[in-house]
Design a protein around this ligand. Sequence first.
Ligand SMILES: Nc1ncnc2c1ncn2[C@@H]1O[C@H](COP(=O)(O)OP(=O)(O)OP(=O)(O)O)[C@@H](O)[C@H]1O
Ligand SMILES: [Mg+2]
Length: 361
Amino acid sequence: MADISFRKVVKKFGEVGVVHDFSLDVADREFIVFLGPSGCGKSTLLRMLAGLENISSGEIAIGGRVVNDLTPRERDVAMVFQNYALYPHMSVYGNIAFGLKRMKIAKAEIDRRVHAAAATLGLEPFLDRKSTALSGGQQQRVAIARAIVKTPGVFLFDEPLSNLDAKLRNHMRVEIARLHQRLSTTTVYVTHDQLEAMTLADRIVLLRDGVIQQVGTPREIFERPRSQFVAAFIGTPAMNFIDVDLHTPAGITIDRTRFELEGRSTVVAGIRPAHFRPAQPQETSNLVEGTVDLIEFLGNEALISLQYAGVELGILVPAGQCPAVGDRIRMTFDPENLHVFDRQSGASLRRSDAERSRAVA
Ligand SMILES: Nc1ncnc2c1ncn2[C@@H]1O[C@H](COP(=O)(O)OP(=O)(O)OP(=O)(O)O)[C@@H](O)[C@H]1O
Ligand SMILES: [Mg+2]
């Protein structure tokens, strides 16, 4: 078993706090992604988990055992870094076997594990090659192989794909997903790429300035963002935000049974670009009308820019139904796709299902 638990973990560098009261339980075999903007503390958390950085206060446990005072080697974790730095003078085989040799494992067992890892990652044809004679993606796979031969209880990845070009990154993302399917090793993966997070994670931990903003499945976070920050961070193209004056509602209707509007005069409405659809001639609610001022062709879809209520809205349409620049369009959206946030705190005003039935009653 390699479940992980963080209990009120704090990290300070001198006087500066970079991780604040971080508590999280990761289940055995779970794939957890730490996601957030640059500097929010993702790598620091991972390094504390690996034992490469000490903890200012709090507790980290792996498999039920508190590891605060254990060395990295004693923690049964293997880490893959962004700069994976292979040994250039060694063969691929030598690179993969290196950690095991240091662990004084029998030669036959090392050989078995290296071949198994190489097979898993499609590296068998390259075992005798110098690691410098490999493509970036192949080198990255060697770095991952080097981690999996140790058969650790926990895999830690810190932006392992960020040095690769877009195509290789997509390919390696799939490889990592397959690897997790096959090995089911508890994994903590750090990235600032929301697409990577959405596609790989069982659960995403979204961080900002060392504080958890939301923990949930990719779907929960996408469909029920707890704040405007989360809503803006997840989803491409990004969610649109429109200030709505509740006293003079111009166009957008906000349902008081679904959202907590009490005591507020202005709120922020959020609508994802993909959630707009053309309005029928007889439709009059939630109308967004304007003149198309820019079109970005994306392949199957096009992203239209439109000035509305003083903001630039992004609207995704099927490429085949794309209007022309200068066209006047009438769009709408279904009420269940509307998000509403507090203007000051950014908190979502969505009522829970229980609150909703009370509000309706
Ligand atoms: N050794 C250090 N001494 C002082 N401050 C540090 C140290 N290491 C990191 N920090 C600070 O801690 C904060 C979190 O850094 P961290 O590397 O964990 O961010 P990150 O989320 O991994 O960012 P990125 O996406 O850019 O890698 C940053 O403000 C950083 O400047
Ligand atoms: Mg980092």
